[in-house]
Ligand binder design. Structure first.
Ligand code: SF4
Length: 364
């Protein structure tokens, strides 16, 4: 099927045909569970109404691919520690500012007088540093392989321009290591991964080969339009039925096997893989990005002496279980009762890509 333009990927008639074929294909089969790892997929599935249209045998499980949601409590508390220093201007993306830490959020700190600023891109934080040479500007760097190259570029720009009051607190995450960690745990039954198109434009589809071959797990790289997702699910079903576990690319208009070599080179220059703490998943080896020692001056974790942080988690919040695909948001006792987008108790309700927020907005 040659689909090239956005409108074609929203064609209701074509969607109905693919759905009908999918329903016939899986009729009478045992349920198959496919994880949409990425929050952008989760929201796209809800927004398009696909979740309610899928046949009973094709079940979607939401995964840990929302960067705000997976930021560990201790890293939110560290961001708040930065905000409480009078010489520091903290900058980050909007959603992160609302995530509750042990005592407060960055937004609450701002209401108490801290200098916390929302930016849309990391280069804006470099500009703030340029404009305020007497202050320290710390950018809280969150995101997956899609965002990390832009942060790497900001660090390189600051270094090239001799801006010495800008640093990054890197809590970036990498997708393939968390996929392996999920499969290493025995709490989840999965039949395949719907892999995100945007991350894969950077890392290349080859990055999932270890997951597909090593774990016998079908992987299909998919775009974010309704027909992309439907076609991706059909490809996963076909793999499952024929006993294959390959990496396939549905999103051919954006993704190659090799990915984006320039972005990879930039990542390689500025960052190195490091163990990282994930909310609800603990520490996962090699799943984060630390700033290389050559750029240590731009590493907020080295520039400042961050004290030991004692985290107090909200015991009732089930974000960890939601992120591992073990429960759905309505199974959390706080969902819709005290936890709502206006009064979030966990990051999965805060983020525009969070699973709890998507359930809240798109289900009754
Ligand atoms: S409903 Fe709220 S508290 Fe419960 S898991 Fe979701 S974000 Fe966390």
């Amino acid at each position: 099927m040659a689909l090239r333009y956005v409108d074609e990927f929203r064609d209701g008639g074509l969607a109905a045909k693919i759905l009908l074929r999918l329903k016939k294909t899986v009729h009478g089969l045992e349920p198959m569970h496919f994880m949409e790892i990425c929050g952008t997929h989760t929201v796209a599935v809800f927004r398009s109404g696909l979740r309610d249209m899928l046949p009973e045998a094709v079940r979607l499980v939401s995964g840990p691919g929302c960067p705000v949601c997976v930021t560990a409590d201790e890293d939110i508390d560290r961001a708040i520690w930065f905000a409480r220093r009078p010489e520091v201007i903290v900058t980050s993306f909007g959603d992160l500012l609302r995530v509750p830490g042990s005592e407060s959020s960055l937004l609450e700190e701002r209401s108490r007088g801290a200098d916390v600023r929302m930016v849309y891109a990391s280069y804006e934080a470099v500009k703030i540093a340029q404009d305020h040479p007497d202050r320290e500007v710390v950018f809280i760097g969150i995101g997956f392989e899609t965002t990390a190259p832009t942060v790497a570029a900001a660090i390189r720009q600051a270094a090239a321009q001799g801006i010495d009051n800008f640093s990054v607190f890197s809590v970036h995450k990498l997708l393939p290591p968390v996929m392996r960690a999920l499969l290493d745990s025995d709490s989840l039954r999965l039949d395949g991964f719907l892999c995100p198109g945007h991350v894969t434009t950077v890392i290349g589809a080859r990055a999932y080969e270890e997951v597909a071959r090593g774990y016998g797990m079908p992987c299909v790289v998919t775009g974010f339009e309704p027909l992309d997702i439907l076609q991706g699910l059909s490809m996963l079903v076909d793999q499952k039925r024929s006993g294959r576990h390959d990496v396939e690319i549905q999103y051919r208009r954006g993704v190659t096997w090799e990915g984006n070599p320039a972005a990879q080179k930039l990542l390689e220059e500025i960052f190195e893989p490091a163990d990282a703490a994930w909310r609800g998943l603990g520490s996962i080896p090699g799943s984060g990005l630390a700033i290389r020692s050559a750029y240590a001056d731009y590493d907020a974790a080295r520039r400042f002496s961050i004290p030991e942080i004692r985290v107090r988690e909200n015991p009732a919040c089930r974000c960890g279980d939601v992120l591992r695909g073990v429960i759905r948001p309505p199974e959390c006792p706080l969902f819709r009762k005290v936890c709502r987008p206006q009064t979030p108790k966990g990051p999965c309700m805060v983020s525009s890509e969070g699973t709890c927020g998507a359930y809240y907005r798109y289900t009754s």
